[in-house]
Write a protein that binds this ligand. Structure first.
Ligand code: ZN
Length: 402
């Protein structure tokens, strides 16, 4: 009887523990994909962290096919470093074999980075039905390892295939879901307070991450000028040179806002060291001031990822978004309309739209989007104009103006 009662209590205890663990949904994972020779970081929400959920996320990001499944997965810790071993089925080698060697390299790096990042591991041995992938077909060193994510995040040696600058680091990061209205790290969002608001008008901010771009920044500004509109550009400091520096100056001269994203686009602000975090922000702020003469007041973390402590102590307002164009996912020919629809189906008064200024499709979609927004009675304004400078206190996080 006592034993039965004890086991019942144990079961209840286990159930409660499992319930709590089970409720721990919305694991924020980093998934690497590739395009045009560049590695791309994407922040996605998974129900749980598991090797198969990461493979599914990689399939969703079109890195691998959904037929790639886990044979076995092991985590070993030695000298405080975690080493992973992932064995997948032969669907991976079937997926890779028709592709050119650079694409194969990118795919393997994407898989390795994704696992290393999410399991906080030092390296990974990737095998396909027991055979190291590399050994089987490729020219990499054995065993296949990427010692750190930051190394893998550098532009691939094959990055020149698109003619893009080889010193350009990884692109893009972004939550693929609208940020939740609950659980935000700071106080409730400020109510809608767009200054100089005219009754009957709707206001929206378009934000561009990951620039400046020698190709598109100036063209975006020119399109904005047609409407006397403004946008906010969250830039990557080490992408500023004399040409792109002139582009951001041109942007501020025409009523736009230049803000901080990061200096190298290789650190997540919820994970990196204090010195890396401070360097990323301060060096970017310096570059912005150097080229535009204006001190930035806004910051958007890489991937939208930042710890609560760093939000509250941040000397800038932390700006997220609640309309995701998903332009980074739609870079192929014929996908401009998808980007336009992603925005137009979710846009609303007071919202902040996320785009990237480095892709051709993004620029083309933006031109259509702004035409549509004005046709629907919106004014496109900077984040500071949308939320109001007085409301944009440092150490506060905003998804929108309302
Ligand atoms: Zn970014």
């Amino acid at each position: 009887m006592k034993k039965g009662l004890f086991s019942k209590i144990s079961m209840i205890f286990v159930s409660v523990v499992m319930l709590f663990c089970g409720c721990k949904t919305n694991f924020t994972a980093t998934v690497y994909s590739y395009s045009d020779g560049f590695m791309t970081e994407n922040v996605v929400t998974l129900n749980t962290l598991s090797p198969s959920s990461l493979l599914t996320a990689l399939a969703n990001a079109q890195v691998i096919t959904s037929t790639v499944t886990v044979n076995s997965f092991a985590e070993n810790e030695t000298n405080g470093e975690k080493h992973l071993a992932l064995d997948v089925n032969s669907a991976l080698s079937q997926h890779l074999s028709p592709l050119d060697i650079q694409t194969q390299d990118m795919i393997i790096r994407c898989i390795a980075n994704t696992f290393i990042m999410n399991y906080s591991a030092a390296d990974i041995l990737l095998t396909c039905d027991g055979t190291p992938i590399k050994n089987e077909k490729y020219t990499y060193d054995l065993p296949l390892k990427f010692r750190t994510v930051s190394i893998s995040l550098e532009a691939s040696p094959t990055a020149d295939i698109t003619g893009s600058p080889s010193n350009t680091p990884s692109e893009t990061v972004l939550p693929n879901t609208t940020p939740p209205s609950t659980g935000s790290a700071t106080a409730k969002p400020t109510p809608f307070v767009t200054p100089n608001r005219t009754d009957g008008k709707k206001y929206v901010a378009i934000t561009f991450d990951d620039g400046p771009s020698a190709q598109y920044t100036t063209k975006i500004v020119d399109k904005l000028k047609e409407y006397n509109a403004g946008a906010t550009f969250f830039i990557v400091g080490n992408r500023v040179d004399s040409k792109t520096g002139a582009a951001i100056k041109y942007a501020t001269d025409n009523g736009n806002e230049i803000a901080i994203h990061g200096y190298t686009h290789t650190f997540y602000y919820n994970k990196c060291s204090d010195s890396d975090y401070e360097n990323e922000l301060s060096k970017t702020a310096q570059v912005i001031e150097q080229y535009t003469g204006i001190k930035p007041t806004l910051m958007r973390p890489i991937g939208g990822a930042i710890s609560k402590e760093r939000i509250t102590s941040c000397p800038y307002s932390v700006i997220l978004w609640n309309v995701d164009s998903e332009d980074w996912k739609n870079k192929k020919d014929g996908q401009v309309d998808t980007i336009v629809n992603n925005v137009m189906s979710t846009v609303g008064d007071g919202k902040i739209i996320l785009m990237h200024e480095i892709y051709k499709n993004s620029y083309e979609a933006f031109c259509i989007i702004i035409d549509k927004l004005y046709a629907q009675g919106y004014e496109v304004v900077t984040v500071s104009d949308l939320i109001g400078k007085d409301n944009l206190k440092p150490g506060t996080k905003f998804y929108s103006a309302n």
